[in-house]
Design a protein around this ligand. Structure first.
Ligand SMILES: Nc1nc2c(ncn2[C@@H]2O[C@H](COP(=O)(O)OP(=O)(O)OP(=O)(O)O)[C@@H](O)[C@H]2O)c(=O)[nH]1
Length: 389
């Protein structure tokens, strides 16, 4: 068996192995997986056609096989583009495949040249690899494992370089095919690298899908689905860090609990979806007032907790008042109607060594005071340090 046949058979086997793995990721709904699966299927169909060269008509083993491989390549790229939430631009991709088809036909039936067909296919594959490297490097989502994206870009560029090297070699040899042309060590090594391109890039894609799923699962637990604020679980874990930092730096930490007033009547007037819109817009409003270092969580229906690290009571009180004023000025347009609302707040400064539960209990007591004193106001827990200072 020649080195070329071994390389083709290896790609085919790896393609088969990838199939169930990609299939298992289909139901994840992550964009790109469908295209990667299609690319793998195209590859699996194309490889035996190449292997049957001489036993089936050349048109199938050369032209059709090369077109299928080119289609697999552009579909692989489309998968990466979709994964990065970019359009696949199919008309352009099909135009590239059409050029490949014309080239393969010409270098078989116009001028029969194996080296030129190799130059054509390596050039095409190199272009696909560069396109993948560019789309992955350029459109990486923030908050995702950067090493994975860097590795995919790097691997795609290495593959492109190997293809260009192999193409250049064949460009320099005589147009007449010759077994020796293929049996050089350099060509065999580059051939093996070429055989790994699709399987390795598909593996990179699958690793990125896993990274996405893990990050979505983490978000589902730590984020409130409706407002995007931290969930109670997310808040607890962020609070643990903030409390440890406050202890370590002997720094002040403020806890503000906020509850929207008469929220039930908002729901009664504007419906539950109207109430949801108020909650979403209120969280967006809070983000414009609070500092980026403040941790904001939705801990109940219309109740929110904010931890403010490294802040004195005066400043925390002023931020809380700004928030209350912004809320009273905020008009939410719902189905043509306008909803206005107010909030009550309870503020407590952390005492040395105090746990999150102890701190929130004091803030909650202050919030209760604000509610029973008439709402739309801020109360401060009397034990908050620096109050008397
Ligand atoms: N739209 C919407 N409403 C919610 C959600 N979670 C809880 N609520 C509603 O929030 C309302 C809270 O009502 P209450 O606990 O009586 O409080 P309130 O009407 O705000 O009165 P005070 O807090 O005493 O000023 C209830 O009607 C809940 O149904 C939610 O996710 N979306």
């Amino acid at each position: 068996m020649s080195a070329v046949s071994v390389a083709i058979a290896t790609t085919w086997l790896l393609g088969l192995l990838m199939l169930p793995l990609l299939g298992s990721l289909l139901r994840s709904g992550v964009p790109g997986v469908r295209q990667w699966l299609d690319a793998d299927v195209l590859l699996i169909i194309a490889m035996p056609l190449l292997l049957l060269r001489g036993r089936i008509p050349d048109f199938i083993s050369i032209v059709v096989a090369n077109v299928l491989i080119a289609l697999a390549g552009v579909t692989l790229y489309a998968g990466f583009a979709r994964f990065m939430h970019r359009p696949a631009r199919w008309p352009r991709l099909f135009a590239c495949v059409a050029i490949m088809a014309l080239g393969a036909t010409y270098w078989r039936y116009g001028v029969d040249s194996i080296p030129m067909r190799v130059v054509l296919s390596t050039g095409f594959t190199a272009a696909v690899c560069v396109a993948i490297a560019v789309v992955v490097a350029r459109y990486r989502s923030a908050g995702r494992a950067p090493y994975l994206y860097a590795a995919t870009t790097g691997v795609a560029l290495i593959f492109a370089a190997c293809q260009i090297l192999r193409g250049s070699y064949f460009l320099s040899v005589n147009h007449v095919s010759n077994a020796l042309t293929f049996d050089t060590t350099a060509n065999v090594v580059l051939l093996c690298v070429g055989a790994a391109i699709m399987p390795v890039l598909l593996m990179c894609g699958m690793m990125m899908v896993h990274d996405t799923l893990l990050s979505e699962a983490r978000d589902a637990v730590n984020r409130d689905f409706l407002t995007g604020a931290l969930s109670r679980e997310g808040f607890t874990s962020v609070a643990r860090t903030l409390l440890a930092e406050a202890d370590h730096n002997d720094a002040p930490l403020a806890c503000l609990l906020v509850d929207l007033d008469h929220f039930k009547s908002i729901n009664d007037t504007f419906g539950h979806t109207g109430g949801d819109q108020v909650l979403r817009e209120f969280v967006a409003l809070m983000r414009t007032v609070l500092r980026t270092s403040d941790a904001l969580a939705r801990i109940g229906g219309e109740e929110f907790a904010i931890l403010m690290p490294d802040i004195a009571l005066d400043r925390a009180q002023s931020l809380a008042e700004q928030l209350r004023n912004a809320a009273t000025r905020h008009a939410v347009v719902i189905d043509g109607g306008t909803c206005t609302y107010s909030l009550s707040g309870g503020l407590a400064m952390r005492l040395p060594g105090e746990t999150l539960d102890q701190l929130t209990v004091r803030a909650d007591r202050a919030l209760y005071q604000a509610k029973i004193s008439g709402r739309n106001r801020l109360c401060i827990d009397e034990r908050s340090p620096s109050r008397d200072a």
